[in-house]
Design a protein around this ligand. Structure first.
Ligand SMILES: [Zn+2]
Ligand SMILES: [Zn+2]
Ligand SMILES: [Zn+2]
Length: 369
């Protein structure tokens, strides 16, 4: 997350709706990626979900015929708002959802609402299991469903403990389900032997594996010891699709976490801690993709900055009497999966996408005997 300032010079945050320096109402303008003061001359209006329900701080042009911001336009179903509790939980959901959308926008990945593009657009159903007991969090054909009750901290912690998870957050849910969405939108329709698909299989395994059987097997077996060497979470071991969704979610988490630190001016000097350095092969792409040593090295340096930064964050958290904020281990295999997620993010940047990484230089001539 970047650093925002008000035109008065005061620091603002992504969720700010009022500047405490000048007292003006402010909102985030997703088109310009900055915070604006909602003054008449700015010709901007607050999203209707902010005006009516206080759950959104995004703005759109005053003359726009739409009343909802791009993030709220993606809502297909919102909770029953007849109770104050549901409104409070929905507000938490929207905060997490906007962060996901912000990160995807920063990565330059085009994103449309399903209402605008039925084929490849994205929609959200935010539904409580109290009213609809059969609802489960998941993704299907461009619709991400999230159980509103997950926004209740107690409910979520009970689930986290029962499932033996290190971490369970609303933002993590949105990031994870976006991984399923991008799999379907960008990978599932590629030819069987497309290099991207082969690379996916090389890193994550055979995606044609029976999904329902894999998941029920996972829940019967419980947590497999030693999963940390291969996977970012124990759940990722259940099926290649889940491994991908967990890896993609983790990639977005590092993009956002490290970005926030560095944009706010926190830099970890490499000598400040005994930094665990991953070997070079941790940052390489599968062999069927174009190889680029420079891009691999940049990725690895980025990942190692995060490993150092997250160690510091954990120490700070423990100093405050709280559990470690980043209870994850990046193994070589996990780093290779994250490298592929990073590559995919480059490929998906624009519709006519090419990886940002330059093609390989021509091979050096081989001396003939
Ligand atoms: Zn201000
Ligand atoms: Zn909105
Ligand atoms: Zn999943």
């Amino acid at each position: 997350m970047q650093r925002f300032t008000c035109e008065c010079g005061n620091v603002l945050f992504f969720n700010s709706s009022k500047c405490l320096g000048c007292g003006n109402a402010v909102a985030y303008d997703p088109a310009k990626n900055l915070m604006v003061r909602l003054l008449p001359e700015k010709k901007m209006k607050r999203c209707a979900n902010g005006v009516k329900h206080g759950v959104c701080n995004w703005a759109l042009p005053a003359e726009a015929k739409e009343s909802l911001c791009p993030a709220c336009t993606m809502n297909r179903t919102i909770p029953d708002l007849s109770t104050g509790r549901n409104l409070m939980l929905w507000g938490r959901m929207e905060i997490a959802k906007r962060r996901l959308i912000y990160t995807l926008m920063q990565l330059g990945i085009p994103l449309q609402a399903k209402a605008q593009n039925a084929q490849t657009g994205l929609a959200f159903d935010i539904i409580s299991t109290v009213a609809n007991p059969t609802v489960t969090t998941g993704h299907l054909n461009g619709v991400i469903t999230v159980n509103l009750e997950e926004a209740d901290d107690t409910y979520r912690q009970i689930n986290r403990q029962q499932l033996g998870e290190n971490s369970r957050t609303l933002l993590g849910h949105f990031r994870h389900e976006s991984g399923h969405y991008f799999w379907q939108r960008c990978l599932s329709n590629l030819m069987w032997d497309d290099p991207l698909r082969l690379a996916f299989r090389e890193r994550f395994g055979n995606e044609w594996m029976d999904y329902a059987a894999a998941l029920s097997g996972h829940y019967q077996r419980g947590i497999v010891p030693g999963w940390e060497l291969q996977y970012i979470s124990s759940y990722a071991a259940s099926h290649p699709w889940e491994d991908w969704a967990e890896t993609w979610a983790h990639y977005l988490q590092i993009v956002d976490g490290l970005g926030t630190c560095e944009n706010l001016g926190i830099q970890v000097k490499h000598l400040a801690l005994p930094l665990v350095m991953l070997p070079g092969e941790a940052g390489t792409l599968p062999s069927m993709l174009p190889q680029n040593g420079l891009a691999d090295g940049e990725f690895l340096a980025w990942l190692q900055r995060w490993m150092c930064m997250s160690t510091v964050l954990n120490e700070v958290s423990l100093s405050l009497g709280e559990p470690a904020v980043y209870p994850f281990v990046i193994s070589v295999r996990v780093a290779q999966k994250l490298r592929l997620a990073h590559y995919f993010a480059q490929v998906w940047k624009t519709p006519a996408a090419k990886p940002a990484e330059p093609p390989l230089p021509p091979p050096a001539p081989v001396p003939q005997p």
